[in-house]
Design a protein. Structure first.
Length: 766
């Protein structure tokens, strides 16, 4: 074997020729990228070339920074050309990169290969996800190579990508790349991270529980995740009670619920560290020792699964997998229990078809299988059993599917615009027709969209790293954008498309407009089932399969008002899942909002086979009293208080008092609840004295104060100081509550109730 290679960037630069011109390097890199025997290096070479080009653009082509970046690229290119098996010699701590299928870019990560690496003995893998404002290098400065296991530090596309959408896909792609090129023990892949990375540990553990051996989050958060998904995911969590950046409530309540469900949780609470619980030496040492003992169980030993799918990019829990959603625009859940007698008891909620991976299940393939669905008489599958079988709901109830239906398009799932950002090829297309203002606005929208690892269109404000790039934006390159006139048929067949502009403005949209279920023509937005909405001053967002490539999706954003195309626009923000750390999901496939305003006009959704959901037609108009965002917040407060039988509710102020929440006479209750998809409710107890103190702190802060409400009124005057009150709060508001109140009630609990369902019930009783 060749001598192992482990070099710092400075050493790489010193070993290369700093005088090589970038154009010459470009030609050599292109040649290397075309060589099949160098496929493993495509991401690394693209990443190094990006750094070289960026240094030249920012500092000048003859600057020391450009020379160093060019030398680094030249040095690695020379080694790779000379030894196509160079990757086999890498050892120690090394920055590296893979090629992303989403946009063809090279995306970096950091790894520490074990000092005793032997391909004949697969190594455990520990995957570290950094906190907000970090990257794969800054927050892993202590990484050192050691025997026995391999360490990874992943970027997640951005310093503040939230590890969702393309940020999540980055983690999965890095792991896939490493597994393809090094011998990794699939039963010993561990997740860990701090703050945003701690939240990511829970997120990936919840979405793909069958993949991991354990999770070790520090100051993480999981309020928005279904606890049942984590039953088989061993957790060692550390958190400081005085952390008011990521409140301990985000773990204390949900982990208590997880323990009730039978989850394996060690919650190492401490105090005095604030948000820096990663400095908790004793907890870290205990967690590291604990991690080494964790092994993913064999799938055939997992006899009980409780899995809830929030949207369509994560649908599998162990040997159960959702193939088709049920009729409701809500999460889909399956609870599977393997019992004696080769019997499976299945509780299925909002599922039309469920695949059982029988080869991986704890059943005997030589005996007939019996499955009872939702308490029904068992149905039988004769032996010998196939590797997989699909349960399907028909007119006469549940049965085993004899042949999968042939469908002309991909099935629909909840998830809205975030579904396009799963790591598959993506192209952002802006229109080039219309007025100068319209063309300029559409191109600016595409530029904003290209900066984001998810479907939102971030502006250039906010904290930025040393690169000058805001934390919410892609750190190493922009997503692919193209003018409509430059889009090819191959692009359409290969990519999910973000389409910006009307049919008159964007020629690609014009090609499919007649085959989409929504049209924007003149003063109206017209749906294929006859529903008509006003177009004036409004913007629409639509997620639908592409009629020209039915296995791909389009996210169409359009308006007659150029304000709808601004960075930070409300439609992409809502349909992309809101803020980066919220982890929310939009329940709407069609969203109509005021251009340049958070005012909701209407929201509609499709069922699994792209038929309009009947929910909206049956839904009453939103109450006429719901005029402002403040009114909306008070309605949520009254609803969650009623749903949890609590004394009080804490909710947000809702923003500017005069900002309209809805459009009276048009907006329906189902439109409002679609925006609250998967928002859980928490409950805690506080004395009247504590409540008064919290109210005073928010009044002093003067920035987005919380409202204490009874029924639908703000009311604090009657609070009795000695009385203990039960208080309900939407879990997304714990962030603001903790930051200002500077407290974390010990008795906080996470409930199974949701804000959307609570609001539906509340308005139905008015």
């Amino acid at each position: 074997m060749a001598n192992p290679i482990s070099m710092t960037a400075a050493a790489e630069s010193a070993a290369a020729n700093p005088k090589v011109a970038l154009p010459e390097l470009d030609s050599r890199v292109d040649s290397a990228l075309a060589r099949p025997d160098l496929a493993a290096y495509r991401g690394w070479l693209k990443y190094l070339r990006f750094l070289a080009r960026s240094a030249a653009e920012r500092n000048g082509p003859t600057s020391p920074q450009a020379s160093e970046a060019g030398a680094r690229l030249a040095g690695w290119l020379q080694r790779i050309e000379a030894d196509p098996r160079l990757i086999d010699s890498l050892r120690g701590v090394q920055e590296w990169a893979y090629e992303s299928a989403a946009d063809g870019s090279g995306q970096p990560f950091k790894m520490a290969l074990p000092t005793d690496y032997d391909p004949a003995h697969p190594a455990p893998l520990s995957v570290y996800m950094h906190g907000y404002s970090g990257n794969h290098l800054d927050h892993s400065a202590g990484m050192a190579s050691h025997p026995g296991s391999m360490d990874l530090a992943v970027l997640g596309r951005a310093r503040g990508g939230g590890y969702r959408a393309l940020s999540e896909a980055d983690v999965l792609d890095v792991i896939a790349y490493v597994q393809a090129h090094w011998a990794i023990d699939p039963d010993r892949i561990h997740l860990n991270g701090g703050s945003m990375g701690g939240g990511a540990t829970y997120r990936l553990g919840s979405r793909f529980p069958h993949r991991w051996a354990s999770g070790r989050p520090a100051c993480g958060f999981l309020s928005h995740l279904p606890a049942g998904n984590l039953i088989t995911f061993p957790i060692y969590a550390t958190h400081s009670a005085d952390d008011y950046v990521v409140s301990i409530l985000h773990e204390r309540g949900p982990l208590a619920r997880l323990r009730e469900l039978g989850g394996r949780v060690i919650f190492d609470e401490t105090n005095g560290y604030g948000h820096a619980v990663w400095d908790y030496k004793e907890g870290n040492e205990r967690g590291e020792a604990w991690e080494k003992l964790q092994v993913r169980p064999a799938s055939q030993s997992v006899r009980h699964i409780d899995y809830t799918a929030i949207e369509g990019t994560a649908v599998r829990g162990w040997w159960g997998e959702i193939i088709e959603w049920g009729p409701a625009i809500k999460p889909a859940r399956f609870v599977l229990t393997a019992a004696d007698g080769n019997t499976i008891f299945a509780e299925l909620t909002n599922i039309a078809r469920l695949r059982l991976r029988l080869a991986e299940a704890p059943i005997d393939a030589t005996r007939p299988l019996h499955v009872s669905v939702n308490g029904s008489l068992p149905i039988e599958l004769p032996a010998p059993l196939p590797a997989a079988a699909t349960l399907a709901r028909g007119d006469k109830g549940w049965g085993f599917e004899t042949a999968a239906p042939t469908l002309p398009w991909r099935l629909h799932t909840p998830g809205s615009a975030a579904l396009l950002y799963s790591g598959e090829p993506l192209l952002i297309v802006y229109g080039t027709r219309g007025s100068d203002a319209e063309r300029k606005a559409m191109r600016a929208a595409a530029t904003a969209a290209s900066k984001s690892p998810n479907a939102t269109w971030p502006d250039d404000k906010g904290d930025a790293g040393p690169e000058g790039i805001p934390h919410s934006q892609n750190l190493y390159g922009r997503l692919n954008t193209r003018a409509d006139s430059e889009v090819t048929d191959a692009d359409i067949a290969r990519c999910h498309l973000v389409l910006i502009g009307t049919a008159a403005q964007n020629s690609v949209l014009g090609r499919i407009a007649a085959r989409l279920p929504v049209r924007l023509e003149g003063p109206f937005i017209t749906c294929s089932d006859g529903v008509v909405l006003p177009a004036a001053h409004n913007a629409l967002g639509l997620v639908h399969y592409n009629p020209l490539a039915p296995d791909r999706l389009v996210f169409w954003v359009a308006s007659e008002d150029p304000a709808a195309y601004a960075a930070g626009a409300e439609v992409p923000l809502a349909m992309g899942g809101g803020t980066l750390l919220a982890g929310t999901v939009c329940g709407a496939d069609l969203l109509v909002m005021r251009a340049g305003s958070p005012t909701l006009v209407a929201a509609r959704s499709f069922d699994s086979r792209w038929r309009w959901s009947a929910d909206r037609a049956a839904s009453p108009l939103a109450p006429a009293a719901l005029k402002t965002m403040r009114d909306f917040s008070l309605a949520i407060g009254a609803a969650i208080r009623q749903a949890t039988n609590t004394d009080l509710a804490m909710v947000g102020s809702g923003g500017p008092a005069k900002e309209a929440a809805i459009v009276p006479g048009i907006t329906r209750v189902s439109d409002v609840t679609a925006a609250l998809y998967n928002q859980p409710i928490g409950v805690f107890e506080m004395t009247g004295a504590e409540i008064t103190e919290v109210a005073n702190r928010f009044a002093a802060a003067g920035d987005l104060p919380l409202l204490l409400c009874r029924s639908s009124r703000v009311e604090t005057a009657g609070i009795q100081r000695a009385r203990v009150y039960r208080v309900a709060i939407p879990t997304d508001l714990i962030w603001r509550f903790s930051a200002v109140a500077k407290m974390a009630p010990q008795n906080y609990r996470h409930t199974d109730a949701g804000v959307a369902e609570a609001l539906e019930r509340f308005w139905s009783r008015e």
